[in-house]
Design a protein around this ligand. Sequence first.
Ligand code: MN
Length: 208
Amino acid sequence: MSTYTLPDLPYDYSALEPHISARIMELHHSKHHKAYVDGANNALAAMAEARDTGNFANINRLEKDLAFHLGGHVNHSIFWTNLAPGAGGTPEGEVAAALQEFFGSFDAFKAHFNAVSLGIQGSGWGVLAWDPVGAQLVIQQLFDQQGNTAQGTIPILQLDMWEHAFYLDYQNVKADYVQAFWNIVNWENVSQRFDAARSGAASTLLIS
Ligand code: MN
């Protein structure tokens, strides 16, 4: 059985300052993300035990646990690589053209993405994703770690709107956190994810 492991960050905990503090990054990566990895592995192990014993009494809870924790692992693995020190600015090339095509302009895309992220009721994520059925980019509100998105859409750019992602730095002023996010978006990573999603590459989610 395959198990999940906590990936290293591609930069130091302090690298995204002043936009995200080293303290948040350390807690977020080494504690929160680690807990999702452990939770997904625990759910898989418990499911294996259920098959071995034939006791599926807890299977509904285990399925929820797997969706939540594996969702958390995938979401954070994408999020870390969506960010980079000294990044931000505006996208170029095919990503820029696609944002214009599907959202009207880069500014309209940003306004839509900001509204989606700030509007989440409870914990969740703002997500730019590729929908292979309509062959188009869509913006989604991901609830918790696993809800409110269509099967098959492929995340390209994600913003963590859980309070653990910003509260130490921004308290209740979510809008300042969302504004700071645009200063550290790694458009090169977004571009690689966009290319992989459109080509149907099997390793789409693993780009780092
Ligand atoms: Mn998080």
